[in-house]
Design a protein around this ligand. Sequence first.
Ligand code: IMP
Ligand code: MG
Length: 173
Amino acid sequence: MSEIEKLFDEAQIAQRVDDMAREIVSSLTGPFVVVGLLKGSFIFIADLVRGLDRAGASPRIEFMRLSSYGLRKESAGEVHLIGDIPTDIAGQQVLLVDDIVDTGRSIAYAKALMEQRDVARLWTCALVDKPSRREVEVAADFVGFTIEDLFIAGYGIDYAEKYRHLPYIGVVT
Ligand code: IMP
Ligand code: MG
């Protein structure tokens, strides 16, 4: 049986997400499209886009789904696209949003895909960064929280499809 030990509570997350939204709006000029990576970022994006609105931005919102870990804590090492955005984004400014940058494979894959599609400018954003786990050299432009090598869940993030519904983020023990 795994348990969850609280790491970031609702108020801490709300504050950080709002600050990130302001950082994003002060760095990006002109219209942009938020491209969220499902499923882990769904709650983060819901809060982030409302923060972006408060900070004065009006982004379009699209989602892509990449293959997941399955039921384990370790990635299979290969990323697949299992759900694409339906529209052409060539020439647009894109903000890619993921829940966690761990080995870096997912965000690197999504970045490469966006670049192939000739986006005008590409930015990346992750709620959580685990730099000590990196296997592919990649960094997000906007990061909410930087953590050690811990396995976390809650606030959209799962462990074997559990805990996504939790309003806070905890360490799976
Ligand atoms: P990467 O491709 O190894 O960077 O992994 C990114 C994806 O792995 C994230 O979008 C998460 O879905 C998942 N992941 C990485 N670390 C964790 C974790 O601590 N808890 C739950 N999922 C994680
Ligand atoms: Mg994910």
